[in-house]
Design a protein around this ligand. Sequence first.
Ligand code: FES
Length: 146
Amino acid sequence: MPVVRFVREGREVLCPPGTNLRELALQEGVELYGLKGRLGNCGGCGQCITCFVEVVAERKEGALTPLTPVEQQKLRRRPESWRLACQALVQESVAVLTRPQAGRDAQKQAIAAAQAEPLPEGRMPEPDPEEGADDEVDSGAESDEL
Ligand code: FES
């Protein structure tokens, strides 16, 4: 499973491939929105352009799904590394800076550190279907000892 490294928050979160980045941030309590977005956002429809994130590192190119037509229109005058979190699905491990429009200079050190540390693959071992098949079922026979 991919790992999303939230640089500003100093957190890494595992998620299944295909996870919506906005949904993941909200679920994990990561503050995605500045004041304007907190007061009112479109709920993930790609219309309010308040859910910016900056991609600062990727395990592989294309860690997030390609720009949607909405992003191509709404992000025309923004840096190429910016995305709308509500439009991006996580495919590979990625490091993102939330609210890149706010205090980015203060995050330079955190960004550099996030870029210096390789992103983990994040895959978890598949469960062995044979494992646990021979486990004894607790019959409670030993529970008579008190
Ligand atoms: S939540 Fe409105 S554009 Fe992403």
